[in-house]
Design a protein around this ligand. Structure first.
Ligand code: CTP
Ligand code: MG
Length: 230
């Protein structure tokens, strides 16, 4: 009975811009993004082991980077789904709960990560943290607006997403050519229930350059708070 965290970290980060290393290795506060993510997961008491899918050509570098963390590093795939699949294949038999967490969300608070694991332990097959949509949502065809979407029932999905291991394994096995951008989507496709819990604003994803500025600011605030305590 162990909870594992699976971390897809093999993406390039195209939306961050063409320059620089893969997104997981971009520095935030002088430290590669991935190291912040793994530190948050290992700080979560519920997480017993961490498996990271790294860009294949950076495997040795990522292993060296994470050598002090106890994380296992495998080669990722061409899609996020394939990278998660590579991590799942590396899990030991005694793992019964799996959290899938984007490397690109470095600042999910450990207590928030634990709350996702706890919701699975409490009986849910699949747990998805969500936040309300803050922008007004439009439907557009070409350069014309064709409608305003009622956002009342819409939510933005975050990670970590939590799963009973057997459910996630079945969802990935059944996925075939379906290319979902998250793992809860594969469980939905299977027709199994996905339970939502409230997301966390600090679990935001670093996607565009402005998100790196937000990450730097959040880190600086946290380090400032630590300095005042110490
Ligand atoms: N990911 C992965 N393997 C891939 C593609 C994505 O492990 N082949 C991971 C990313 O490293 C990231 C997470 O999936 O941690 C969420 O994906 P996203 O934010 O889209 O990251 P990228 O695909 O790297 O970014 P972009 O789409 O802008 O290229
Ligand atoms: Mg992507």
């Amino acid at each position: 009975v162990t909870t594992a965290a699976v971390v897809p970290a093999a993406g390039r980060g195209e939306r961050l811009g063409p320059d620089g290393p893969p997104k997981a290795l971009r520095p935030v506060g002088g430290v590669p993004l991935l190291l912040h993510t793994v530190a948050a997961l290992t700080a979560a008491g519920s997480v017993g082991l961490v498996v990271v899918a790294a860009p294949g050509e950076r495997l040795a570098e990522v292993r060296a980077l994470l050598s002090g963390t106890g994380a296992t590093v495998v080669a990722g795939g061409a899609s996020r789904q394939a990278s998660v699949g590579a991590c799942l294949a590396a899990l030991p038999d005694d793992v019964d709960v799996v959290l899938v967490h984007d490397a690109a969300r470095p600042f999910a608070p450990p207590a928030f990560i634990d709350s996702v694991a706890a919701a699975v332990r409490a009986g849910a097959d699949a747990v998805l943290p969500v936040l309300p949509i803050v922008d007004t949502v439009k439907e557009v065809h070409g350069d014309l607006v064709t409608g305003t979407v009622d956002r009342g029932a819409l939510r933005a999905a975050q990670t970590p997403q939590g799963f009973r291991r057997a459910v996630l394994a079945a969802a990935h096995a059944a996925a075939g050519t379906v290319d979902a951008t998250d793992d809860a989507g594969l469980v939905e496709a299977l027709g199994r229930p996905v339970t939502v819990i409230e997301g966390h604003p600090e679990a935001f994803k670093v996607t565009r350059p402005v998100d790196l500025l937000l990450a730097e600011a959040l880190l600086a605030r946290r380090e400032g708070a630590d300095g005042q305590r110490g």
